[in-house]
Design a protein around this ligand. Structure first.
Ligand SMILES: *Cc1c(COP(=O)(O)O)cnc(C)c1O
Ligand code: SF4
Length: 336
């Protein structure tokens, strides 16, 4: 007799994985979807880089058709401008290779260990330092977490583990469960922090399986989202944020200051207000990491400081993000 035990049902992949797989990866298709075929001449020539276009269709749906300056589109569209000469911009802009302390573990700051959980993201952001990091060898999940967990267990000074990447929520629930099964036995680890853009760009990721994983965690949970513009939020993102808060997660947002995308006071104020409407407090506003290919997004420090001062004059203090830059070798993010 065939029983359920002997023939386990083949579970379909979760819906978010299906949606991720269906992401737009062809720049010309993206332009077509938005009625912007005329922009094709500005695209990065095809043979580039290993950092291809990738964007979930739900995020594309939040872009304004017919607008080549759309702030969401500009974050993801590979443009020929990336090839312009960029003095001062480098491949490893933030000293990640020097800070590696074990397989996939970065330890730059007191009390906190950051795991490069995976190299994958749901979206490829053109300004990201990740475009040059040798992730294939450096992810903690690739070693089934063992070396990373051993390094954390051996250092009683670490009370917070940060899952970053890449995007840790691009890992399966099973992989995440495997990690936390190992972490929860380390007595000095009290907090788990996730640095993730997935609840914004692919909110379907926040599904029953993920919430069950969070529910079962005996740690304080902080989720640092990444949205750069108010238009990135919609009803689905609101629902994902509400579900995360229901599971006891503290929600923060970090944004990157990006020329032509969010470098004016109205846009930044709208981002803070919109994030807070979703129950998310602004945390950092990052000055761009000076990675090769991103120079056309850079905002000068004086302009950045003036923007934050303008925010301070019009928003409650808790809606004003801290303007910081990451400087290799420093013991914290550096306030401007
Ligand atoms: C940014 C970062 C952190 C987190 O810093 P916070 O100021 O606590 O948000 C931790 N570790 C590394 C390696 C980082 O780059
Ligand atoms: S790490 Fe964050 S900023 Fe970089 S590509 Fe992934 S989602 Fe975008």
């Amino acid at each position: 007799m065939i029983t359920a035990n002997r023939l386990p049902a083949q579970l379909p992949p979760p819906r978010w994985q299906q949606l991720w797989r269906e992401s737009v990866t062809d720049p010309l298709e993206l332009l077509r979807l938005l009625g912007l075929e005329a922009q094709a001449g500005r695209l990065l020539p095809g043979a580039d880089t290993g950092f291809a276009l990738r964007v979930p269709r739900g995020f594309v749906a939040r872009m304004r058709p017919g607008d080549p300056a759309d702030p969401l589109l500009r974050q993801v569209l590979p443009l020929a401008a990336e090839l312009a000469p960029q003095p001062g911009f480098a491949a490893d802009a933030v000293g990640d290779l020097a800070a590696r302390s074990a397989h996939g573990v970065l330890q730059k700051y007191a009390g906190r260990a950051l795991l490069i959980a995976t190299g994958s993201c749901a979206v490829n952001c053109r300004y990201c330092f990740r475009r040059h990091f040798p992730y294939a060898e450096e992810t903690a999940a690739a070693g089934r977490w063992r070396e990373a967990v051993a390094a954390i267990a051996a250092d009683p000074g670490i009370d917070e583990v940060i899952l970053s990447g890449g995007d840790p929520l691009s890992l399966s629930d099973a992989k995440l469960t495997e990690l936390t099964a190992a972490l929860r036995d380390i007595p000095h680890v009290r907090r788990l922090r996730l640095h993730t853009r997935l609840p914004v760009v692919l909110p379907e990721r926040v599904d029953a399986g993920l919430l069950a994983w969070l529910d079962a965690l005996p740690l304080q949970k902080v989720v640092v989202l990444h949205a750069n513009h108010a238009n990135e939020f919609d009803d689905r993102v609101d629902a994902a944020c509400a579900a995360l808060r229901d599971r006891g997660c503290t929600l923060l947002n970090q944004a990157v200051l990006l020329r032509g995308i969010n470098d004016d006071a109205d846009t930044l104020a709208a981002l803070s207000e919109r994030a807070f409407a979703a129950g998310v407090l602004p945390y950092y506003l990052h000055q761009l990491d000076r990675v090769f290919g991103a120079a056309h997004f850079e905002v000068a420090d004086e302009a950045a400081l003036a923007l934050v001062e303008a925010l301070r004059q019009r928003l409650p203090g808790y809606l004003v993000p801290r303007l910081v830059r990451e400087i290799a070798g420093e013991k914290s993010k550096t306030p401007l």
